[in-house]
Design a protein around this ligand. Structure first.
Ligand code: FPP
Length: 235
């Protein structure tokens, strides 16, 4: 089995999963969080080098205060626990998105986790938090214009590679496979630039139920697809 170098996942369906069981949405997020830990171990064992997950979008702030509070509590705990997960999997963790919107203690935990795990390179794990691809591009363009203004960048030197370097994912190869769980077939503002040539797979399985067997089924399907250079079929 040819394992993709970089897998991106839109974690979807926690709320519906919980509702189906007569439980509050927050219960779905707790289960989803536990599953994220399991799937990181699975990815490492399969030999996937890069994993990027969409955990909290710039749009997600519109959810109820109760749900946001629950998610922040979950992020707080997870970011601390992730130190030992990174040790276990020799995993380098990077948060993509605008973290300045989070409380100071969450930002501090993010910096601590990124610094602690920077020694590892078996699995590169990117977590998108307060992430939106349009916001990422606008923030990148702002920095780029500032570099032009101060003479650090010559506008003539701007090309695709240079532009990629201004994104949150600078230095990370583009995903080979993008999976969205729970049946929706949308990108929801996830990695719009980076997914230009990526294979997409939409599974009806809700995130808390997504497991190793489903992942392997998807990777096998990915292998069956006619994949040529750049994803563009030659005639
Ligand atoms: C989508 O389900 C999930 C989220 C908006 C939050 C994702 C969060 C986790 C998986 C928790 C763990 C993550 C980290 C990084 C600790 P949904 O609520 O949109 O489900 P629905 O579409 O069924 O309502």
């Amino acid at each position: 089995m040819n394992v993709p170098n970089h897998i991106a996942i839109i974690l979807d369906g926690n709320g519906r999963w919980a509702k189906k069981r007569g439980m509050p949405r927050s219960y779905g997020h707790v289960k989803g969080c536990a599953n994220l830990e399991t799937i990181c171990d699975v990815m490492k064992d399969l030999g996937v080098k890069y994993l990027t997950v969409y955990a909290f979008s710039t749009e997600n702030w519109k959810r109820s205060k109760e749900e946001i509070d629950g998610l922040m509590k979950l992020f707080r705990n997870y970011l601390k626990k992730c130190i030992s997960i990174s040790d276990r999997n020799k995993m380098r963790v990077k948060i993509i998105g605008d973290i300045t919107a989070f409380d100071k203690d969450i930002q501090d935990s993010i910096i601590k986790l990124e610094e602690h795990s920077s020694q590892y390179d078996e699995l590169h794990f990117q977590i998108a938090l307060n992430y939106g691809a349009r916001d990422e591009m606008v923030r990148g363009v702002r920095r780029m214009l500032e570099d032009c203004r101060t003479g650090k960048l010559n506008p003539e030197d701007m090309d695709e590679k240079c532009f990629s370097g201004y994104l949150d994912t600078a230095g990370i190869p583009d995903p080979d496979l993008m999976i969205r769980t729970s049946g929706e077939q949308r990108l929801s503002n996830f990695l719009l630039w980076q997914l230009a040539y990526t294979e997409f797979y939409f599974t009806p399985v809700a995130w808390p139920d997504f497991d190793k067997e489903e992942l392997i089924r998807i990777i096998e399907k990915y292998n069956e697809r006619d994949r040529r250079y750049g994803g563009v079929k030659e005639e």
